[in-house]
Design a binder for this molecule. Structure first.
Ligand code: BEZ
Ligand code: FE
Length: 285
């Protein structure tokens, strides 16, 4: 049998021919697209072997920074806008439902379950006291009782509990009341940098970008018959609203955090959940 050798012109077609043998149709589609785009990228950039190895070293470092407290690959996806692109593709439906945004790397499944109205902040935590309240409704405008509401935020020093010793703090899980209402106490969100002491931070600095995120509170709201909503509420007036390092800001999620007469902050937001899709159908690109 004649041995073939491949050139810049013929190599891509051969790689594609081989990945098209994958028995799973979706994997076949994903792999073929990956090979086409990756080869196009290399043809466009024309890296030297040293440059290509530098790229491989960057991805290797990114993996080495990952453990059960730090997810550098999520951070890479977030800072390259890929997490928000996936979010836009999957939840970009418009309409009256509350807009979603990215989950981020600091969600913890299994936060303390607290009764409605509780303070999610342990005594001695830095930050300005704040109350957040509102309702959860479904797409028909009816209150959603018993929705599972996860909230989490950075503390007044700009750090999440999982970024420092001391255990879980500034996060909780609630259930909405029979009237769909929710309320809890927290600290007024502050702007903070995404973790930038690793390879992603190096990439941000090398490309002249800031690591800052505008102040926000994270929400994950789940209820039977509704699509799970992953979103944030952002603080109106924050100086980083227009330059979020991870592209997560949506205008409809910016909220006034007003100062009360007693010097504490308060914000209100009414969430609207989408009806859950019966079956996921995949649209062709
Ligand atoms: C966050 O909001 O917690 C976050 C999101 C993306 C990257 C880093 C942090
Ligand atoms: Fe955050």
């Amino acid at each position: 049998m004649a041995i073939r050798s491949f050139s810049e012109r013929t190599l891509t077609a051969e790689v594609l021919r081989r990945v098209r043998r994958a028995p799973d149709a979706r994997l076949r589609q994903v792999m073929a697209s990956l090979v086409r785009h990756l080869h196009r990228f290399v043809r466009e950039v024309r890296p030297t072997p040293e440059e290509w190895f530098q790229g491989i070293r960057f991805l290797t470092d990114t993996g080495h920074w990952c453990d059960d407290r730090r997810q550098e690959f999520i951070l890479l996806s977030d800072t390259l806008g890929v997490s928000m692109l996936v979010d836009c593709i999957n939840h970009g439906g418009g309409g009256a439902a509350t807009e979603s945004t990215l989950l981020g790397p600091f969600y913890v499944d299994g936060a303390p379950r607290l009764p409605m109205g509780s303070n999610i902040i342990r005594p001695g935590t830095p930050g300005a006291p704040c109350e957040v309240s509102g309702t959860i409704r479904n797409a028909r405008g009816r209150p959603v009782a018993g929705a599972r509401i996860d909230v989490w935020e950075a503390q007044g020093d700009g750090l999440y509990d999982v970024q420092k010793p001391g255990g879980l703090n500034a996060r909780a899980r609630f259930r909405s009341g029979p009237d769909g209402r929710y309320a809890f106490r927290c600290v007024r969100p502050v702007s903070y940098p995404v973790p930038h002491d690793g390879p992603v931070g190096k990439m941000l600095r090398a490309t002249g970008r800031l690591p800052m995120r505008p102040g926000h509170l994270h929400f994950r709201i789940a209820a039977p018959g509704c699509e799970t909503l992953v979103t944030h509420l952002f603080v109106r007036g924050d100086p980083y609203l227009d330059s979020d390092a991870v592209f997560g800001v949506k205008r409809s999620l910016i909220v006034e955090f007003r100062r009360n007469r007693n010097g504490e902050y308060a914000a209100r937001y009414d969430f609207v959940l989408r009806t859950a899709a019966k079956k996921t159908s995949r649209k062709k690109p």
